[in-house]
Design a protein around this ligand. Structure first.
Ligand code: CA
Length: 233
């Protein structure tokens, strides 16, 4: 039995059936909610490990469910949205969702996203016992206190912005960060040309960080959305 408990928030019976069947087959424990109000109640009383949240709920916008849960918990939230709700998906990420799936999604996609969230959870629990001043992910090591980063034995020669970007991504490893979130954290503003600059800085950072910039291992691009640092085994 998988020990993770997942809260499924979905009002559409066929989608809900697909999710519950998949989770059952993969031995995940789960609880369900069909609207936002019930979702908030279940999240508070059952304290699930991961939330799968449909954005289009009958009683409220899923983004409001995220805002509410984020007032007391950092539990991974994976948003499920229809293509017509693309703007909502970005708003959901900006309000603290970790990841997203777009309908229609495959069972494999769903399971992959749950595994990523599970790893983020495990990493957060491991890091809770340390002082968190050194970050390690695969061959990447960041010494926050000393302000330097290494791949294997080699120190990365990063510009201050590249280093800031790398730290921000590492502090949110496993999470999809939107362009707006990143530009606000790095530049303190979010203009269209900041997003263009972000692309440039991300490209130079990747050249230094990734062994093969064409098949990045650490930083994943989400076109039209943002970036995510992957957990590397
Ligand atoms: Ca719905």
């Amino acid at each position: 039995m998988n020990r993770l408990q997942i809260l499924i928030v979905e009002d559409d019976p066929p989608v809900r059936n697909l999710i519950t069947t998949t989770l059952k087959a993969n031995e995940y424990k789960f609880i369900q909610a069909g609207n936002g109000d019930e979702a908030i109640r279940q999240a508070a009383t059952c304290n699930p490990d991961i939330v799968l949240l449909d954005l289009g709920l009958p009683d409220m916008n899923g983004v409001d469910v995220i805002k509410k849960i984020r007032t007391w918990s950092n539990m991974p939230i994976i948003v499920i949205s229809a293509r017509s709700e693309d703007g909502d998906k970005i708003e959901a990420l900006d309000n603290g969702a970790d990841d997203y799936l777009t309908k229609p999604f495959s069972v494999e996609e769903l399971l992959a996203r749950i595994r990523v969230a599970g790893r983020r959870l495990a990493a957060a629990q491991t890091n809770a016992g340390t002082n968190g001043s050194v970050f390690v992910n695969g061959n990447l090591k960041i010494d926050y206190a000393a302000g330097c980063a290494f791949v294997g034995e080699d120190e990365l020669h990063l510009t201050p912005i590249e280093y800031k970007l790398l730290c921000l991504m590492s502090q949110n490893v496993g999470k999809v960060l939107t362009h707006t979130f990143i530009t606000q954290k790095v530049w303190g503003s979010s203009w269209d040309n900041d997003v263009a600059s972000l692309r440039v800085f991300m490209a130079t950072l990747r050249k230094k960080l990734e062994a093969g910039p064409d098949s990045p291992q650490y930083i994943q691009t989400h076109i039209g959305v943002g970036y995510r640092m992957m957990r590397v085994e």
